[in-house]
Design a binder for this molecule. Structure first.
Ligand code: GLU
Length: 554
């Protein structure tokens, strides 16, 4: 065996060991090209010996392959360990796990919501529990009507299997019933104090005069609540007026809201506050575990008073740390403002961190799930960035995406006196030969990226080596070896006559116009491709005259 053969033999053996004794020629070539730098110029030579070597190895059987590897002193690459997820066991009982995702419909879901949603979904799957989606729309100011539909779409994209869906705006009568019960238990009172006066008293750990009202008086006022105006009165839950956190002292359970509600119009005036409706629902829906951000720690504390007043079991409250987004804009109100003033093209603008923007770019739901699982539900804060997301996504797309040529900002070249017609076949994916080839024809005329139109020798990938000299383009040679020797740069091209117009919407929303190879016509909307040397992109639209892609990442 000469040196080249020995190296091919080694890579073929290792590849066979990874695949039950059967090496894949494409994968062997790929591993040689990526690991044996000095052999990169010898592709032709390798190709001559590779098929026989692979065949011999594939005839050996796995045991002999492993023996051979051992005798050569090589190490078999361990199968990648299944990544340990950051989601450990849930505390408490796992018998009747009921969890929920409870977003406010203030906009479509973004990565921050995914952080709240995914662990619930994963745990419910793990413990065979029940997953509830609860739309928390009890504050008309925080309801963006299209979000009702968008949230369902976003969760579908994430692959959620929701068992039950509730809208809190359907449940006002239930909240009223429990408010009344709480008054009857003498654990809530109608308070007519001016907000500022109440705060002063509360901050000094003093009860307001309303706290001493009789149950009957409170019930009478409660029944008359509907005739009051915003600010006239609130219903307060009795807590500990000496609680070390003043925010927890006698918090508001119910208030008057006169602003019409997108789903309810003016049907109700008495609105529950978040802590009241959340606790009542979590109890009635039999939540076993409540996962929420640590910014809700004081809320959990407030809610515990309700559980105790009603003598209810408290679910396991689990608080997780903040998710810092290094470079991902997430504020729903800023996004909406930008959409309304035309800065963003919509909720799926590639600059936004909404799930629909991410999906449009070809970032996979699986990527987001992995990312969130890795972060887990620990109390300490975590940071994420696009870089991290791209890295995880690339792992998935490398295998999924077929390869094509794309020529940004194209310029036409014509090789003088080129009289051949070459049919060039390139695999759709070098590691998956069964996916077949794409075909490009080369007749001496092509489009190349304008940026690559520079003096010197260049190789049109898999076609010819050309010599560019100011305004003339001459044929230089044909082989890859000659290109190597001439240190030619390798450039993308598409045939001059047979190509498809394409535009790629980049991550900063700028648009790169160009041409892609003819086989791109066969792509379907939603397909993700890797444009060689350009990056991954998802086909979003097939216009009459061009294909529109959204760029994912390099
Ligand atoms: N709708 C609330 C929120 O999204 C839910 C809070 C909770 O998990 O209890 O902030």
């Amino acid at each position: 065996m000469d040196d080249v053969e020995r190296i091919v033999y080694k890579h073929a053996l290792l590849n066979a060991a990874k695949h039950k004794g059967y090496a894949n020629p494409g994968a062997v070539m790929g591993s040689i090209m990526s690991q044996e730098v000095e052999l990169r110029a010898k592709a032709k030579e390798i190709n001559q010996v590779l098929p026989d070597i692979v065949k011999n190895i594939n005839d050996m059987g796995i045991e002999e392959v492993e023996e051979e590897i051992k005798s050569l002193g090589l190490a078999i690459e361990e199968k990648k360990q299944v990544k340990q997820t950051g989601l450990g066991e849930l505390p408490g009982s796992h018998d009747n796990v009921v969890m929920r995702f409870a977003p406010n419909p203030s906009g479509p879901l973004h990565i921050g919501h995914a952080r709240a949603a995914i662990p619930n979904n994963e745990y419910v799957k793990k413990y065979n529990g029940k997953l509830i989606l609860r739309i928390e729309d009890t504050d008309p100011k925080r309801v963006y009507e299209p979000a009702y539909e968008m949230i369902l779409e976003d969760l579908k994209w994430l692959g959620f299997n929701t068992d039950e869906i509730y809208y809190q705006s359907d449940r006002f009568e239930i909240y009223y019933e429990y408010a009344r019960k709480l008054i009857e238990l003498n654990e809530a009172y109608m308070c007519t104090c001016d907000g500022g006066d109440f705060k002063k008293l509360k901050d000094a750990s003093k009860s307001c005069p309303c706290r001493d009202n009789s149950i009957d008086k409170n019930l009478e006022m409660w029944d008359n609540f509907d005739n009051m105006d915003e600010g006239d009165a609130v219903l307060r839950v009795k807590t500990d007026i000496n609680h070390k956190n003043p925010a927890i002292r006698d918090w508001v359970a119910m208030r008057i809201v006169t602003e019409p509600h997108p789903r309810l119009g003016n049907k109700y005036k008495i609105y529950p506050m978040m802590n009241f409706s959340v606790a009542i629902d979590d109890h009635l829906m039999e939540l076993s575990h409540v996962l929420r951000g640590k910014d809700h720690l004081a809320n959990s504390e407030k809610q515990k008073y309700l559980y105790n007043h009603f003598n209810w079991d408290i679910p396991e409250f689990i608080h997780y740390g903040r998710l810092k987004m290094e470079d991902i804009p997430l504020s729903t109100s800023k996004a909406l403002e930008g959409i309304e003033n035309g800065t963003y093209m919509g909720w799926d603008d590639p600059r936004l961190g909404t799930l629909r923007a991410i999906a449009k770019r070809g970032i996979q739901a699986e990527t987001i799930t992995e990312l969130i699982k890795e972060i887990g539900i620990k109390m300490s804060d975590s940071a994420i960035s696009w870089k991290k997301i791209y890295g995880l996504n690339r792992n998935i797309l490398e295998e999924k995406a077929n390869r094509y040529f794309f020529v940004p900002d194209p310029i036409k070249i014509k090789i003088a006196d080129y009289n051949e017609l070459d049919e060039i076949k390139r695999p759709l994916h070098a590691d998956y030969e069964d996916r077949g080839n794409r075909t490009l024809t080369f007749n001496g005329e092509a489009y190349i990226p304008k940026a690559d139109f520079t003096n010197g020798i260049s190789r049109l990938m898999d076609a010819v080596n050309i010599d560019i000299d100011a305004n003339s383009v001459k044929f230089n040679s044909k082989s890859f070896d000659e290109a190597r020797e001439a240190k030619a740069r390798i450039i993308q091209w598409v045939p001059a006559t047979d190509n498809v117009k394409a535009e790629i919407v980049m991550d900063d929303a700028s648009i790169v116009e160009g041409l892609c190879e003819p086989d791109c016509k066969n792509l379907n909307i939603g397909d993700i491709v890797q444009f060689e040397r350009f990056g991954f992109a998802r086909l979003d639209e097939k216009k009459e005259d061009k294909l529109v892609f959204f760029f994912a990442h390099k």
